[in-house]
Design a protein around this ligand. Structure first.
Ligand code: C2E
Ligand code: MG
Ligand code: MG
Length: 285
């Protein structure tokens, strides 16, 4: 489900504008209801180690199932949630659900499983939410060292100092951070220099240039070299073809993620075989 409400043309009448606003307000109150009433769910997409093929980190991706309407993907509702201040409770809901799911995965699938969670930059600008995350992890008896928080480059960081102290607070409990969608933001090198991240995820728009654009390939190789010189881990996201897979493996990239290897799956489909027998998956590529 791509567009929940058609966007307004400049020539719209005031009645049309009122209708649009009404629909938008209803959408927001439905989203609020969804967060409070567990209508959201999580899918998990593994990140595979480039050489061993082991997958011990799973990225949590939120979905919204509206009864009688269908499934919404986060690209449709995260921007609204950010605009309307719902993103904080959404991110905390996701974290709490991940704590429960992680305990389940560690006991039934693999005791070394880690979860990567996408956090809005807005959430990361408030130390209050770092404290909430610590509180929730204690409540569920999980270790923050089993979590990595992905901060997207898509949203402009307004006050980087606040984000740094958010990260430092959670890092003191063992949590790790990654820069998501790297290369798409306004100041990727500033973020790389200042944010205490351990991992960089190269955006899929670069990966999709492999085989089509020599410039893209040069940029990717240089990015991987630079990131590795900084002693950070590199993840390539959005791997869809064999060519992209082998190119990224050849660059020395540490982890690979994408539809070619595994689509995001519900918790009940994250089977132990998928996490334990990746060499089978790799040999098939
Ligand atoms: P992201 O963190 O960069 O996640 C990757 C997105 O690319 C996911 O879309 C995933 O399903 C999709 N993807 C994975 N492999 C491939 C591939 O090979 N090809 C293509 N074309 N796409 C691939 P999704 O789930 O729709 O999420 C979109 C974005 O929404 C995420 O981008 C993330 O920024 C945000 N998001 C998702 N879940 C959460 C959440 O719980 N909280 C917050 N704050 N943001 C979230
Ligand atoms: Mg992500
Ligand atoms: Mg990304």
């Amino acid at each position: 489900m791509k567009n929940k409400i058609p966007s307004m043309e400049h020539s719209a009448t005031s009645q049309e504008k009122r209708n649009y606003e009404d629909q938008h307000n209803t959408f927001i109150s439905n989203l609020r209801h969804a967060i409070d009433n567990d209508e959201l769910s999580l899918h998990y997409q593994p990140r595979f180690h480039a050489i061993t093929g082991k997958a011990d980190t799973l990225e949590a991706l939120v979905r919204w199932h509206r009864p009688g309407v269908g499934r919404y993907y986060p690209g449709v509702f995260i921007p609204d949630a950010e605009e309307n201040g719902l993103i904080f409770s959404l991110d905390l809901w996701v974290f709490e659900r991940c704590c429960k799911d992680l305990k389940h995965m560690q006991t039934t699938i693999n005791p070394h499983t880690k979860i990567a969670i996408n956090l809005s930059v807005l959430t990361c600008e408030s130390i209050y939410y770092a404290q909430k995350i610590i509180e929730i992890s204690k409540k569920h008896g999980v270790l923050l060292s089993d979590f990595e928080f992905e901060i997207t480059e898509n949203t402009h960081v307004r006050d980087i100092r606040k984000v740094v102290s958010f990260c430092e607070t959670l890092k003191s409990y063992g949590a790790e951070f990654s820069l998501d969608d790297f290369g798409t933001g306004q100041s990727p090198l500033v973020n790389l220099n200042l944010l205490p991240a351990n991992t960089v995820k190269i955006d899929h728009s670069f990966i999709h240039g492999i085989g089509n654009s020599k410039r893209c390939e040069i940029i990717i190789r240089s990015l991987v070299n630079m990131i590795k010189e900084l002693n950070m881990q590199v993840v390539a996201e959005g791997i869809e073809t064999n060519e992209q897979f082998w190119f990224m493996r050849d660059t020395g990239c540490d982890q690979l993620q994408g539809f070619l290897l595994c689509r995001p799956l519900g918790l009940n489909r994250i089977a132990s075989s998928m996490l334990y027998t990746p060499e089978i998956k790799y040999s098939a590529i």
